[in-house]
Design a protein around this ligand. Structure first.
Ligand code: FES
Ligand SMILES: [Fe+2]
Length: 382
C-alpha cells in the first residue's frame, strides 16, 4: 500500500516518495497533501521538471507569420517566443542583457528589432545585438557577447513547445507517439485558429489541476451538461507513459456539444501530456480546446484555456459553445480545484486520499491519477 504513515508526512513533507509509490494502482493513495503546498517540493519540481522538460506554450497559429511573438510566464521566468524575418521560430528569456529590464510584453507583431524600453538597446529577431546607444565609446564593449539568452523551442503536433534545458533532445523523446495519435484525432490541427482564451491565475497547485483532468469520476456529479454528450459506458482512459488518452463515443446534446448529423461515429479524445498540458478534441474532430498550465508557485498556477476553430468568423452555434465553456464547463473545474487546494491544508484532511480504481478500468476509474502520481514519485527521487 502506498499510504504513508501520518507521522512520516508531518515530519518529512517534501521527502522523496518510494519508488513503488503507486506501482499498484488498485491499492494506491494520492500524493501527500504537502506535495501540493510545500515551497520545497515546488522548488525541486522547478529544478527537475520545469527547467528540464518540454512545456507546451502555444498553438502554431499564434506564431505563423514572420515577426509574430508571444510571451509566457512560467515558474519565475518570462519567456519570449518570436518568428524571425527568416521564418525561423526562436525563444529567449524575455530579459535585457544590460540591466535586466523586460523586453516585450503580451503578444503581437514585433518590429524588425526589439528595443528595450529602459536604455534602448536593440536586438534582431534572431537574438543578436543590433545596437546599444553610446557603445562605440565604451571600452572593450563586445556586441557579440550581449545578445539575448536563447531557449530551446520546437513545433510539434501543431503546437509550440519550449524547454529551458539547453541539453534537451526533442519533444517526441518526451512524448513518444503523441503527435501521431493527436493528428489522428484532429487531422486539421495545423489549420486551427485561436477563437477564445480564458486566462485564470488559479489558486491551485499544478498537480491538483492535472489530477482533476485525469479522471472522469467527477464528470457525473460536477459536469452534468458535459456528461450529457459523453457515452460514459464506453469512456476509457489509456496510459502511454508520459501521455494518456481519455476516449469516448459521444452524442449530440443541446446542453453541451451539438454534433452535426453528418458526423460519423462522433467521439471525444482528451490527451494529457507530461507535465501539465491537456489537448481536447471534442465530437466532430474539427476543433480543439487546450489547457495550458504555467506553474508560478506551489499554490498558484496561471492557466490559459484556449478554444480553436478552423473558421475565423464563428457561427452562432460556435459562439454559444464558447459561452458554455466560459460560463459553465470551465468554472465548474476551476471551483473544484480551488476547493481542493483549500481542503488539502485542513486539519481534518488525513494527508492522502484513496485512489478509486476499478478492475475494469471503467470510465469513472481513477487509474490515470495513480499513473500520474507514480511519474511524480519517480521525479521526486531525482
Ligand atoms: S536594461 Fe535594457 S537597455 Fe538597459
Ligand atoms: Fe472536470
Amino acid at each position: 500500500m502506498s499510504k504513508l504513515p501520518l507521522k512520516h508526512i508531518k515530519e518529512h513533507p517534501s521527502a522523496p516518495l518510494p519508488a513503488d509509490f503507486c506501482s499498484n494502482p488498485d491499492v494506491a493513495w494520492t500524493l501527500p497533501a504537502s506535495y501540493y503546498t510545500s515551497p520545497e517540493v515546488f522548488k525541486r519540481e522547478v529544478d527537475t521538471i520545469f527547467t528540464k522538460d518540454w512545456i507546451c506554450v502555444a498553438h502554431r497559429s499564434e506564431l505563423a507569420q514572420a515577426n509574430q511573438y508571444v510571451t509566457r510566464d512560467l515558474i519565475d521566468e518570462n519567456i519570449l517566443i518570436v518568428r524571425g524575418k527568416d521564418n525561423v521560430l526562436r525563444a529567449f528569456y524575455n530579459v535585457c542583457p544590460h540591466r535586466g529590464h523586460r523586453l516585450l510584453e503580451g503578444s503581437g507583431n514585433a518590429k524588425n528589432v526589439i528595443t528595450c524600453p529602459y536604455h534602448a538597446w536593440a536586438f534582431k529577431l534572431d537574438g543578436a545585438m543590433a545596437h546599444a546607444p553610446n557603445c562605440e565609446n565604451v571600452e572593450a564593449f563586445d556586441k557579440e557577447k550581449n545578445g539575448l539568452s536563447p531557449i530551446k523551442v520546437e513545433e510539434y503536433a501543431g503546437f509550440v513547445f519550449i524547454n529551458l534545458n539547453p541539453e534537451a533532445t526533442c519533444v517526441e523523446d518526451q512524448l513518444p507517439g503523441l503527435q501521431a495519435r493527436l493528428r489522428k484525432a484532429c487531422p486539421e490541427v495545423d489549420n486551427l485558429k485561436l477563437a477564445a482564451r480564458f486566462t485564470t491565475p488559479t489558486p491551485a497547485n499544478w498537480k491538483n489541476i492535472v489530477d482533476n483532468y485525469l479522471e472522469c469520476y467527477h464528470c457525473g456529479p460536477a459536469h452534468p451538461s458535459f456528461s450529457s454528450s459523453m457515452r460514459m459506458d464506453c469512456y476509457r482512459h489509456t496510459l502511454h507513459g508520459n501521455w494518456t488518452l481519455q476516449y469516448s463515443d459521444a452524442q449530440s446534446s443541446d446542453r453541451a456539444f451539438k454534433v452535426d448529423a453528418s458526423v460519423q461515429d462522433p467521439n471525444f479524445s482528451g490527451f494529457w501530456a507530461w507535465p501539465c498540458t491537456a489537448f481536447n478534441v471534442p465530437p466532430g474532430g474539427d476543433f480543439m480546446t487546450v489547457i495550458y498550465e504555467y506553474p508560478i508557485s506551489a499554490g498558484v498556477t496561471l492557466q490559459n484555456y484556449d478554444i480553436y476553430f478552423l473558421n475565423e468568423t464563428l457561427t452562432e452555434d460556435q459562439q454559444r459553445l464558447v459561452e458554455w465553456y466560459r460560463t459553465v464547463f470551465r468554472p465548474e473545474d476551476l471551483r473544484l480545484v480551488e476547493s481542493v487546494q483549500q481542503g488539502l491544508t485542513s486539519r481534518g484532511y488525513r494527508g492522502q486520499g484513496r485512489i478509486m480504481t476499478d478492475k475494469a478500468r471503467s470510465g469513472i476509474s481513477e487509474h490515470g491519477i495513480a499513473h500520474f502520481h507514480q511519474l511524480v514519485a519517480n521525479r521526486s527521487q531525482a
